[in-house]
Design a protein around this ligand. Structure first.
Ligand code: ZN
Ligand code: ZN
Length: 645
């Protein structure tokens, strides 16, 4: 038997007999790896560990810690659930059952048997029982004829419909225990690795997402290789429910929605507006320091503007429709992005290379049509405000500008307590260069400058080929919140397209006309989405400088209301925001209410405080902090009250 060369992720090459399996390779590396291996990537394709490898290959073995491992694990769990369903509900028909970001689902047709959340416990139990049987997932190539015969006999019209779209020679079955599925894999070696199962919910889903088709039952689940990991996940879900920004937004009176105003159009209430305006002040100040010029542009723009930008052609049909006026020749669009307006500002006069970069910043409100089913709290809305800016620079200035924006993004993350972040550099697909606009030379230069900028700032990045937009490479930041959930925040994008379309120019040192490079950037992204992420990250306990109500003065009885008012007045003069709770209530009740509304400082005043001109401090979540002179309170916390610098 001939030998093949296997290249490992560290670049080392080992020889194996042709037909070696991923499991055998794992065993040759270490027993531990073999025990934990779930799937293998062979020349970019994720496969079963048991599949023979026939030629020289680059491989990567996946465990639970890799995305490729989790996907195979959850895909296999979907099959396990299907096996359990078939044993509890004979004759059940199956649609599709893919892995998703957290777990998997399977769409099934149970005929006229009812199925709801109450039935999940029994299904979980059956899954555990079948997992313990430790059945292997066995892959088998079948002819289309055989596959059609199998599912005709089972009368599974969904699988037959899926088979319709498949070519002979590309059809595989996977079997574990008594269950056979039409599937291209990959799967984990056997069901025994699945130690903990949680079925999450039941929903309706039209077959193939088409509402003309039959409504199937979609069952969501998640599984883990250890019970402890499931326990942690369940805890995280409970915590996430408590922190849901829609719930906290209502309870803390930050924002609301009104049917009359329209779906997906948030109304910022007074307290939410304070948070938003503080964020704006924070960003404005940072931007002035970084050399931005603030501009303001209208909420609508003539249709021609978006024809030039290309947005009309691309999104016109699926977006808000043109606004007409009594003058029949006029048509306007609600602005879906600020960039075209800023291009027009760049063009108000000729530009020289000496004044580049030009950095135009605007808290620009934009409107994008989202289907009603897609709307979600503040994270998916139809109208939102971006902390937008466009940098018009020379091609050789991209690196320096990226460094500046990275610093700004770091400033945002550090000031708001996001400590865990990484970034992705999205590059061109080098094998498909015609997809992109802009010269080869420009792309190579910009891609190199982005990577250098990130490296110089010590930013951990992964570079992904083929992820760039057709108009330029970009850098995306991924932030992990307090519950370890990942959010994308802060994109920096190079653009060769709009400068071309708007014919932007500057006069170079050679006295010739040149095209500037345009960089789009928005560290918050949209204020709406950012506030949503922030609420969930800090569970509504905003940093002191952002808190809508920083203090609440709580007199022990009505006798001390006058002193309480005096305390409040003094603090207001120092720009500290707060209220006086002068209700005729017991102090215990006042403290409880202030705790619920997450006010950072409760300032308690009674006889002793009045006599000594002091206040007693209670901090949210930290309890009693003793009593201090009013002036000392202001100086001690001055930095925490102020915008971070
Ligand atoms: Zn499958
Ligand atoms: Zn833009």
């Amino acid at each position: 038997m001939s030998q093949i060369k296997i290249t490992l992720p560290d670049g080392s090459v080992r020889e194996f007999p042709q037909g070696v399996t991923g499991l055998q390779i794992a065993q040759s590396i270490s027993e531990g790896l073999a025990r934990n291996a779930l799937s293998i990537e062979v020349n970019g394709e994720i496969r079963d560990l048991s599949r023979p490898i026939d030629g020289d290959s680059m491989i990567r073995i996946f465990t639970w810690n890799d995305k490729g491992g989790k996907l195979a694990f959850w895909h296999s769990s979907a099959h396990l659930m299907a096996e359990a369903l078939e044993s509890l509900y004979p004759g059940v028909k199956f649609g599709i059952g893919p892995p998703i970001e957290n777990g998997y689902y399977y769409d099934v047709d149970l005929g006229d048997r009812p199925f709801g959340e109450d039935d999940l416990a029994a299904l979980e139990k059956k899954m555990i029982e079948l997992a313990r049987a430790n059945s292997s997932f066995v892959r088998r190539e079948v002819s289309k004829k055989e596959a059609v015969e199998y599912f005709s006999k089972k009368q599974d019209q969904y699988k037959l419909e899926l088979l319709d779209g498949l070519q002979d020679g590309a059809i595989t079955f996977y079997q574990q225990g008594n269950f056979v599925d039409l599937c291209k894999g990959p799967h984990i070696p056997s069901t025994g690795a699945i130690k903990a199962v949680k079925l999450l919910n039941v929903a309706g889903a039209y077959w193939r997402g088409n509402e003309k088709n039959k409504m199937l039952t979609r069952i969501y689940g998640i599984t883990f290789p250890k019970q402890k990991e499931l326990d942690e996940y369940v805890h995280m879900l409970e915590e996430a429910k408590k922190r849901d920004h829609r719930k906290l937004g209502r309870e803390l009176e930050l924002f609301a929605f009104s049917e009359k105003v329209g779906m997906g159009l948030p109304l910022w209430l007074p307290k939410g507006t304070i948070v938003r305006e503080r964020l704006e002040q924070f960003m404005r100040r940072a931007q002035i320091k970084a050399g931005y010029d603030a501009v303001v542009t209208p909420h609508i723009g003539g249709k021609a503007l978006y024809v030039t930008s290309g947005h009309y052609e691309k999104y016109g049909k699926d977006s808000f429709q043109p606004i007409h006026t009594p003058d029949e020749s006029e048509e306007f669009l609600l602005k879906p992005m600020n960039c075209p307006h800023h291009c027009e500002i760049f063009k108000v006069r000729p530009r020289s290379y000496k004044e580049l970069p030009v950095r135009l910043a605007e808290f620009g409100t934009v409107y994008r049509y989202e289907q009603s089913g897609e709307l979600h709290g503040l994270t998916r809305v139809r109208g939102f405000t971006q902390d937008d800016a466009h940098i018009f620079c020379r091609p050789d200035q991209v690196k320096e500008e990226f460094i500046k924006v990275i610093d700004l993004v770091f400033h945002v993350f550090n000031s708001l307590g996001f400590q865990n972040y990484t970034a992705q550099v999205s590059l061109r697909d080098p094998d498909n260069k015609t997809k992109y606009i802009g010269s080869d030379e420009a792309w190579n230069l910009a891609e190199r400058q982005i990577q250098e900028a990130a490296d110089e700032r010590g930013l951990k990045t992964v570079a992904v080929k083929g992820e760039a937009a057709f108009y330029g490479p970009k850098l995306d930041f991924m932030v992990k919140d307090a519950l370890n959930r990942q959010w994308q925040l802060g994109t920096i994008q190079v653009d060769y397209n709009l400068p071309e379309r708007f014919e932007l120019e500057y006069i170079g040192s050679d006295n010739q006309r040149h095209r500037p490079v345009m960089i789009h950037r928005a560290p918050f992204g949209s204020l709406e989405r950012f506030v949503a992420v922030l609420i969930e990250h800090c569970a509504g306990n905003f940093p002191l400088w952002l808190a809508p109500e920083q203090i609440s003065v709580l007199p022990i009885s009505e006798k001390f209301n006058a002193y309480g008012q005096h305390v409040l007045d003094v603090l207001k003069e120092h720009d500290i925001r707060g209220t006086l709770d002068d209700r005729d209530e017991k102090i215990g009740r006042k403290i409880r209410d202030a705790e619920v509304s997450k006010v950072p400082f409760m300032l308690i005043v009674g006889e002793k405080e009045v006599a000594e001109k002091r206040i007693s401090i209670r901090r949210h979540g930290a309890g009693d902090q003793g009593s201090v002179l009013l002036d000392d309170f202001v100086t001690t916390y001055a930095r925490e009250f102020a915008l971070p610098v």
